[in-house]
Every structure is written in C-alpha cells, then in structure tokens.
Design a protein around this ligand. Structure first.
Ligand SMILES: [Zn+2]
Length: 563
C-alpha cells in the first residue's frame, strides 16, 4: 500500500500550541470524541488489532481530509497508524495508514483521500487504529474538553492511546489465559481467516458467565457470520450460539481496492454458566454460504453447583406498573420499557451473584482502575464539573456523601474543594483503595446494608454519579439519599438516558447497554418522578451532547412553616 507522505515541518515555539494551530488551520474536520462509547476494552485478545471509533458528523459534503496529532513517547517506533471512515450503512469507504517511523511527535498527520460526496449524511464513523506498533502511541485531538461542556471550552487532550507493549492481565470471566497472537487458521501463505483468540486453552467457568471476546478478519468479501458451537464430550448434540459482531460485520459486499482486509469484526458472546454443558468442546466457526471455517477451539468446564432460581420478573421501580414493551436483548438478558413512565430496565433480572461479579476485586483492579488512570485529567475535569453543580449547597452544610465512590477520585476532588466528604462503595477493593490509598472516609456498604446508619438530614449534598443504573431499586437509593440530606440540601445524579442519539441509533449494540451490569436506563419523566416522590424538587435536568448521559440536581424541600 502507498503510504501518504508527511509534510508541514514544525517551526519553533510551543510544540503543542503550534500543532494545534496548524491542525485547526489544516483539518477539514476534527472528530468529536465520546470517550466512554465504543471503546474496545484492552485485553490480550485485542492486542494486535485495535481501534477507537468516534461519531463523525462533518455536516458538509466532500469530506477529504482528517488530521490527527500523534505523540510517541519513544523515538524510532515501528508499525502503522491509520484511520478508517465507515459510512452510515456500515461500509468501510476509506482506509489510510502511515508508517510510524516517519511520524514526528506533535506534528499533525494529514490523511488526504478522495472526497466522500455524501459525507453530510449523519452516521459516519471515524476509526483510529494502530498495527504492530513497537512503542505506545497517543493521538491528541483539539476538541471540546468534554461532550457536555460548552463547545467553546477547548483543550488538547489524548483522543486515544495504543500500547501494544503493555502487559494486560486477563480477566477471570474472559476465556483468555495465554499470550495469544493472531493465528492463521486456514489458507497458508495467503490467510483466508485469522482470529486473535487463544486456541487449545482450558476454560473453567466457576461463576458468572463465559465471555468470549476477540477479533477476526478475512481477505474475502461477502456475507458470513460467526457462531460459537458447544458440544458435549461424547460428541452429543451441539448448541449453536450466534456471536454478536460488536464493532463491524462480516457482510462487506463491495470490493474496495485500497482495503486489504475488508471483512473484519470485533466479536463478543456471553453464555451463562448454567446454560453451558458441565464439560464441552467450544468451537468458534465462521460460516459463509458455501463454506465453514474453524477459527478457534477450547475446552470449557462449567460449575453448576448453585441452585437455579426461576428468573424474577420485575415491576417498574418508578411507577410500580407492569405494562411494558420489549426494548431488546443482549447477553442473554431482556430490557423492557415501562409504557407509563418510560423507565427501561432489565427484566427478568439476573441472579445477584451474576450482578455481583462486576464488583469483584479483579474487575476493580483490571478494568476500572486502568480506565480511570488512562485519562485522568479528562476525568478530573468531569468530576469538577459535577462538583460545580452542587457547590452552592456547601454554604448550607459542607458535609457531602457519595453513594458508589469507586476508587474515590470524585470524593478526593470534593475534599480538595473544601467539602467534608465521605461515602460508601459495594466493592471491597474499591472501598479499601479509597481509604488506604487516597485517605478517604469510605466504607464498604450497600445503600441497603442493615448496619449502615446514615444520619438523617446530615448532609449538604449527596452524589449519585454513574451509580443509579447499577442498583436493584433506584427508588430506594433516592429515598435513602433524600433522608440523609438536610432540608435545602442538594442531590446530584448523573446516569444513562434511554433516548439519547447513540442509543437510538445503535439500540442494544450501544456500549453502555449491558443489562447484567446496568439494570436501568432512565427517561426524564422517571427521573423527575423518582425525585419528586421523595421530597425533592428538581431544579435542573440536562444532557450531554449526544443526549445519552442525563444529569439532575434536586434539592430537598424545606418543611412547611406551621400556622
Ligand atoms: Zn413506570
């Protein structure tokens, strides 16, 4: 492939500032990042091929250039950095790469390509990827600091990072336990299919679900699908589970000469352990009209020791109704939406053990902490933005309480801003980290814990930041938070809306939709009603840019003056 040449030398001055000016002048369009959406989780299985994807809405036809600012901590990196543009109907319409040994840190890399005539249509996507990079790569972007801040607040920050050298610990649920590299399965010198997934590995599913994630690609065009086959040890009847293609699909029908590997997909499938045979051979298959290819195989052993309970149908936690519409299915679970108040929720609900696996030490250390550290400055700006919303309640009462602190970074910012802050988290590893590493007053409790005595009317502010969607009953959590507030004090909520742009466009495929972890997706109506029913007055409700994140500030009503 012909790689574009790099031009425009940097001439003195502050390198980043210069690069940003140049980028602003050169770039036809700079992508709008939504860092919490679409991001592939780092994992051994995605190490060799990974990308970040961003909505690309140029709002004008004939898009012909994308400019990015790479930052390479080490000189003399090898590998490639590239972009792809995906059309609203999921065709890869442009793909370009540059060799990293020609890239200079902070110098904008221009990807020029033949104009895309219909680029004003909504739903284009930009992917940024790296291949076989010998050193970490960070890509900077010039853009609004955060999606929900005014667009004029601009700052450089890391758009995405690729670090192929990093040692990533496999997660317990993922069927990954060795250092797998891309493996050619078929086709000899000209591979037809390759998959980043370990083969020949034994997988023990002692609790929760078997989660298989990976990456597969092919040099062929045409429709096809991925299937996970499970068969008993004696070669008994096999079960076939379609594998969702989370990030792309195997149905690229149009030949695009500049794209070497056209059919490729990040895939993911989850199977509850009770739905697995106690012992099985699992095979990942690619199936096209006239052929089947075995991509990977492994042995699974699943524990069936816990009693299997009948799934619990859930009534609407907001209005108590049971008149619902199906919203969709994902990971073997169903999300329904209340026809009265619009609250969407997982029903029937998974057993608590399955919910609880998200709050393990392993999840905290391997997924949560790295994600918080990766983009710490952006997170910090976000936490301060949240704290700005409750700042005025500090004069009333400087005690602040957070339900679901995670590591405690938001609480730490609150302390820095003069609050007397404390909180709880259900994850023991998180509470320990907040207490021992950050020196915060955080205990390990669920809001419903019998031994948690929250003093009534004691706090000037209570925070529910990205937590309400996790609870079995948001109504109980809001009621407990309202009780703990001093009259006049403020409750802050930030959670997932069920009518934002991304969720409307992508439905259940949206990254934030994970019905075993996020049990609720809120309508504005339901959030309002949950607050107002609990003696709170909704003062402000707002959205982030895409409308998928929703915030509420509600204050506790003062007692009526008698007589
Ligand atoms: Zn309802």
């Amino acid at each position: 492939m012909q790689l574009p040449s790099l031009t425009a030398p940097v001439v003195g001055g502050d390198e980043i500032e210069h690069a940003l000016r140049e980028l602003r002048a050169q770039a036809h369009h700079v992508p709008r990042p939504l860092p919490l959406l679409f991001r592939l989780r780092p994992g051994v299985d995605l190490r060799t091929v990974t990308f970040d994807a961003y909505p690309l809405d140029p709002d004008e036809p004939n898009l012909h250039c994308i400019a990015l600012i790479p930052f390479l901590p080490q000189a003399q990196a090898t590998g490639t950095l590239g972009i792809e543009i995906v059309s609203p109907d999921r065709q890869i319409v442009r793909q370009l790469r540059v060799a990293l040994d020609g890239v200079i840190s902070y110098r904008p890399v221009r990807f020029d390509f033949p104009p895309i005539p219909d680029s004003a249509r909504r739903g284009f996507e930009l992917r940024v990827f790296a291949r076989d990079a010998s050193e970490p790569i960070h890509v900077l972007a010039y853009h609004p600091l955060l999606p929900f801040l005014p667009r004029r607040v601009l700052a450089p920050r890391v758009l995405c990072s690729f670090d192929f050298a990093r040692d990533v610990a496999p997660s317990a649920a993922a069927a990954v336990s060795d250092d797998a590299r891309a493996r050619t399965v078929d086709g000899g010198a000209a591979p037809l299919f390759a998959v980043d997934f370990p083969s020949g590995t034994d997988v023990e599913v002692a609790s929760g679900v078997l989660s298989v994630r990976g990456w597969a690609y092919s040099k062929r065009h045409g429709p096809g699908r991925l299937v996970l086959e499970l068969s008993g040890p004696s070669g008994g009847a096999s079960r076939r589970i379609p594998v969702a293609h989370r990030y792309c699909r195997f149905d690229v029908s149009q030949v695009i000469p500049s794209i070497p590997a056209v059919n490729y997909a990040g895939f993911e499938v989850s199977v509850d352990r009770f739905d697995l045979p106690r012992q099985a051979e699992a095979t990942l298959m690619f199936e096209a009209l006239d052929e089947r290819h075995r991509l990977a195989a492994f042995q699974v052993r699943a524990a069936h020791t816990d009693p299997v309970e009948a799934p619990e149908l859930v009534r609407c936690d907001c209005c108590g109704g049971d008149d619902t519409d199906a919203w969709g299915n994902k990971d073997g679970l169903t999300v329904v939406q209340c026809r009265v108040c619009g609250l969407a929720f997982t029903s029937p609900r998974p057993d608590f053990g399955r919910i609880g696996q998200r709050y393990s030490q392993e999840y905290f250390l391997n997924e949560y902490l790295p994600s918080m550290r990766a983009d710490h400055e952006a997170h910090r700006a976000r936490w301060n933005y949240y704290l700005d919303q409750v700042e005025r309640f500090k004069a009333l009462n400087p005690r602040l309480f957070e339900v679901g602190t995670g590591a405690g970074y938001l609480l730490k910012e609150a302390v820095r801003r003069g609050w007397t802050a404390s909180g709880i988290d259900v994850n023991p590893a998180a509470a320990t980290y907040a207490r021992d590493t950050l020196g915060l007053e955080v205990t390990c409790h669920n809001i419903d814990s019998a031994d948690l005595a929250l003093p009534e009317g004691a706090f000037g502010a209570v925070l529910l930041e990205s937590t309400l969607e996790h609870f079995l009953s948001p109504r109980r959590v809001i009621a407990a938070s309202a009780r703990a507030l001093q009259p006049g004090g403020g409750l802050f909520i930030w959670t997932i809306a069920n009518d934002g742009d991304v969720v409307m466009r992508e439905g259940m495929a949206m990254m934030l939709v994970g019905p075993s972890e996020h049990l609720y997706y809120f309508s504005a109506t339901a959030l309002c009603r949950l607050c107002e029913d609990n003696g709170l007055r909704v003062e402000r409700m707002w959205r982030d840019d895409s409308g998928d994140g929703i915030g509420v500030v509600a204050s506790k009503r003062l007692d009526r003056v008698e007589g």
